[in-house]
Design a protein around this ligand. Structure first.
Ligand SMILES: Nc1ncnc2c1ncn2[C@@H]1O[C@H](COP(=O)(O)OP(=O)(O)O)[C@@H](O)[C@H]1O
Ligand SMILES: [Mg+2]
Length: 311
């Protein structure tokens, strides 16, 4: 199965030439359709080190020995100072490697117990820049993965059309399906991007500040939508944000990175059920967590980047 990267600049199938035999053993019936609702997923990062070469001196170590393990379809929030290596780490989780750089420098990523050293079937990424094609309608943008390589072979037309209809309904875009993405607001475009990722029913959804460019009200709507979609169809989400409020609203787990090089500065769970009420957000528990995250971020940020708190 091809890993769909909704990249910064366009939509690409990273793995169009992967052999069809790998996908053939995964059925495309209703059991596959509900597979993301199972708890059968594990993502492990083992002693990840990332170094980048400098033109004029020694290498820079950006990530220093990070190990993380995820084994349930939970929402995991990743925070850290700007430039600390969050995107680098998230890309690694999906097997997406920067061009011309060994990544990771050392350490390994395992998905479902298997080493992941390239784009992976089960992992789909969503970015802040949603990369919808303006020359395609909403429907065509969401259906785009099924025009690509292995996804095309994997799904009969009736199956993918049903999936597209279902996800358009779930994200509230059915009545916009014939519009071009240029006719949509930022929030609606981000719904399209989310729909294009979820139409593949990934077991791992990697989100890199997906709502970071949206206005406050639209961001809240998207957060609620994500909560609803995750409840209906759970998958393992790793979600990078610089918004502490977002982390506390969405996360089952909050991981905070330090910087230069990045290590794990904090890692804790939130057991409050979602959606989380305004009362909970003002509770001692929530405020203590917020201060806990902020104190770590302030320690390492040294004035760099933007922190957002809306509580
Ligand atoms: N391909 C690359 N080559 C060299 N340096 C890189 C490359 N990708 C990222 N970096 C550097 O690694 C650091 C972490 O980047 P990134 O993961 O994008 O941070 P974040 O997402 O936390 O803001 C930054 O200093 C960035 O300049
Ligand atoms: Mg980033």
């Amino acid at each position: 199965m091809g890993n769909l990267t909704v990249s910064q600049d366009n939509i690409t199938d990273n793995n169009m030439d992967k052999s069809a035999d790998k996908s053939a053993d995964k059925s495309v019936d209703k059991s596959a359709a509900t597979s993301m609702a199972t708890t059968d997923i594990s993502l492990q990062l083992n002693e990840i080190v990332q170094e980048y070469a400098n033109a004029d001196g020694p290498v820079t170590r950006v990530i220093d020995g990070i190990s993380l393990s995820f084994d349930k379809p939970t929402i995991n929030m990743l925070l850290g100072p700007s430039g600390c290596g969050k995107s680098t780490l998230l890309h690694m989780m999906g097997g997406v490697r920067p061009f011309g750089v060994q990544s990771p420098t050392s350490g390994s990523v395992h998905i479902n117990g298997e080493a992941c050293d390239g784009p992976h079937d089960d992992a789909v990424m969503v970015f802040q820049r949603y990369a919808n094609r303006p020359d395609l309608t909403v429907y065509e943008n969401v259906a785009f993965p099924f025009r690509l390589g292995l996804w095309k072979k994997k799904f009969p037309e009736a199956e993918w059309k049903k999936r597209v209809d279902d996800i358009l309904e779930a994200v509230g875009l059915t009545d916009k399906k014939n519009l071009s993405s240029a006719q949509l607001s930022g929030g609606q475009n981000q719904r399209v991007a989310l729909a294009r990722a979820l139409v593949l029913r990934p077991r791992i959804l990697l989100m890199d500040e997906p709502f970071g460019a949206l206005d406050a009200q639209t961001r809240e709507e998207m957060q609620q939508l994500l909560i609803t979609l995750h409840k209906t169809s759970p998958c393992l989400i790793v979600f990078v944000t610089h918004d502490v409020t977002e982390a506390l609203l969405l996360g089952d787990r909050v991981i905070v990175l330090s910087t230069q090089p990045a290590k794990i500065a904090d890692d804790f769970e939130i057991t409050e059920s979602r959606p989380r009420s305004a009362v909970w957000q003002r509770s001692t528990e929530a405020v203590t967590m917020q201060e806990r995250v902020l104190s770590q971020l302030h320690k390492f940020s040294a004035g760099r980047g933007t922190l957002r708190v809306t509580i």
